[in-house]
Design a protein. Structure first.
Length: 556
């Protein structure tokens, strides 16, 4: 396929860019295979580069004097282009819509991108399963091991080839356990809590069905976790409601029968299903766009979207799991498929318990093992966003929900995170439209088949370049080894305005306060450095005075 087939008007002068709360920019519009580019005539520093893949919907309004194309983006930006003629408006709108909906991922920009900066590391191999296991090997080597039972993805297509499992369980048992779990997602180690040796595992639902079918091998895999004296109890946290689990059982899924998993207590902590979450996000953005509404009406719309309710549910579930582990219990988390709400909970739990996950490298490693390697279907879930006119059951903002939850914790414990808010925002944007290959495809098998690590650049390679990373560092960061217990009370959860109202581009008062705090801390650092220098200089003067006999030591 030739990209030029979709481009009928590659270049057009006299185009005006309109953005909320910004002066219009007039310039030349160029449409390339992957970008829409607008360069200003007056100020050459003003230039817009927009990936076609970041466009969620295209709307046009034809007019004699100036036709308007409205581009609604997946990151909730809204751009309007003033086009001189109606014919050019139709042609350009057609090109953008066609180029933003190319289904073949291998034709996307990451496969053509060449970053003009030197990469210091290969992000594709920075956070492998083997690398992450080596970090905890001294603590778990006697009990856990690396297994290549999924070599060539023959057991589970959404798992990586290498997984961490119990030493006491052989690969043959794992294969039989996989046949009892939806899509073959058998229980694997997600996190080892060093302070009390508790473990967090994840999997998909068991295929018990309406007749309460059992699998002895799966029982061995799960029950073996509690055989050591240090673990006398366990919790199976199901992210579905009781009603949902009953419906799933009627369709062949279900829950672990208590009779066969006697040491485990099953707990339901429901989080909204992916399809309903997409509708909730759409209603949220509609509320945020209603800038003319009264405060009461706006708050009513925000409440009816129930987005913050879903944030609360996710945080509550993660806190519940973290509390179980802190109190000396191991936890197995699953929902239905184990690729959505399950990953939200396991990753948030680690953020709450493990201070390493609050550093830049630790957070990237968390995303790599709990989202990318764990098989979250990014391409399906992030194909469209809140402005999409055609709805697909596969689309769902699960990763955005997770980032929102992280932001809520970050808001409450700002000094405990090495990264700033912009780091979370850039991750959100790259999940939906990126120049890099990290979030492409739905699982490791698809990435391997399409040779992603050979043909594209990893986002981690780019972000970890010192010149880039400095933009996302938190100047107020102070390492905090404590567990972070976020509040989920209504007044504690806030709307993430930097994301959901990004088009407003105003400087909120909290940003001014934040900048002032940063400046105070910088001044304090400089004053402390000056004091240290003065003390050293004073000690030096005293020594010189003693040497010259100018100080009467006996009188002191």
């Amino acid at each position: 396929m030739e990209f030029m087939e979709y481009i009928t008007t590659p270049k057009l002068d006299g185009v005006t860019l309109y953005q909320a709360n910004q002066a219009p920019i007039e310039g030349t519009l160029c449409i390339t295979a992957h970008h829409l580019i607008l360069s200003s005539r007056q100020d050459f520093s003003e230039e817009l580069w927009l990936l076609h893949s970041s466009v969620d919907s295209v709307e046009k309004r034809l007019n004699g004097s100036e036709s308007i194309i409205t581009l609604k983006c997946k990151d909730f930006q809204i751009l309007k282009l003033g086009i001189p003629s109606a014919d050019d408006c139709v042609n350009i709108a057609y090109s953008i819509e066609a180029l933003s909906n190319i289904a073949d991922i291998c034709l996307s920009y990451p496969f053509y991108n060449r970053v003009p900066i030197e990469m210091l590391e290969d992000g594709w191999h920075a956070y492998t399963v083997e690398t992450e296991f080596s970090r905890i090997q001294n603590f778990v080597a006697y009990e856990w091991r690396l297994s290549y039972v999924n070599k060539n993805y023959k057991v589970c297509s959404s798992y990586p080839e290498c997984v961490v499992v119990l030493k006491s369980v052989d690969d043959e048992t794992l294969i039989k356990s996989a046949s009892f779990r939806q899509n073959g997602r058998f229980p694997v180690l997600s996190y080892y809590h060093k302070p009390n040796k508790m473990v967090l595992m994840r999997c998909s639902q068991p295929l018990t069905g309406p007749n309460n079918r059992r699998c002895r091998e799966d029982e061995v895999v799960v029950n073996s976790v509690l055989t050591t004296s240090s673990r006398i109890r366990g919790y199976i946290v199901d992210t579905r409601s009781i009603t949902s689990t009953k419906m799933a059982a009627a369709r062949g899924g279900g829950v672990e029968p208590e009779a066969y998993y006697p040491q485990w207590r099953r707990v339901n902590q429901p989080i909204e299903r992916p399809s309903n979450l997409q509708d909730s996000l759409t209603r949220l953005i509609e509320a945020c766009l209603d800038v003319g509404a009264s405060m009461d009406k706006w708050l009513s719309k925000l409440d009816s979207s129930n987005w913050l309710g879903h944030v609360k549910d996710a945080l509550t579930c993660a806190c519940t799991v973290a509390q179980y582990m802190e109190n000396g219990g191991s936890v197995l988390v699953h929902g239905g498929e184990g690729t959505d709400t399950t990953l939200v909970v396991t990753s948030l739990t680690q953020l709450i318990l493990n201070p390493d996950c609050r550093t830049v490298v630790g957070f990237e490693a968390l995303l790599a093992r709990e989202w990318i390697q764990a098989g979250h279907p990014f391409s399906s879930r992030c194909c469209k966003s809140a402005f999409a006119t055609s709805k697909n059951k596969q689309e769902a903002p699960m990763f955005l929900l997770f980032l929102d939850c992280v932001w809520q914790i970050w808001q409450q414990f700002s000094c405990s995170f090495e990264f700033n808010e912009q780091f979370l925002i850039i991750l959100f944007k790259h999940a939906y439209a990126s120049q890099f290959g990290t979030f492409l495809f739905n699982n490791e098998q698809e990435r391997s088949e399409n040779k992603l690590s050979e043909k594209t650049i990893s986002l981690w390679s780019y972000l970890n370049c010192p010149k880039i990373l400095c933009q996302y560092m938190n100047p107020l960061y102070e390492p905090n080894q404590s567990v972070l217990w976020p509040s989920v009370l209504p007044h504690s959860l806030q709307l993430w305005t930097s994301v959901y109202q990004c088009w407003q581009r105003f400087l909120p008062i909290q940003t001014e306060i934040w900048d002032e705090i940063v400046q105070i801390k910088q001044d304090n650092k400089e004053i402390r450095a000056t004091v240290v220098k003065m003390k050293k200089y004073l000690v030096k003067l005293e020594k010189e005075a003693l040497n010259r006999g100018l100080v009467d030591v006996s009188s002191e």
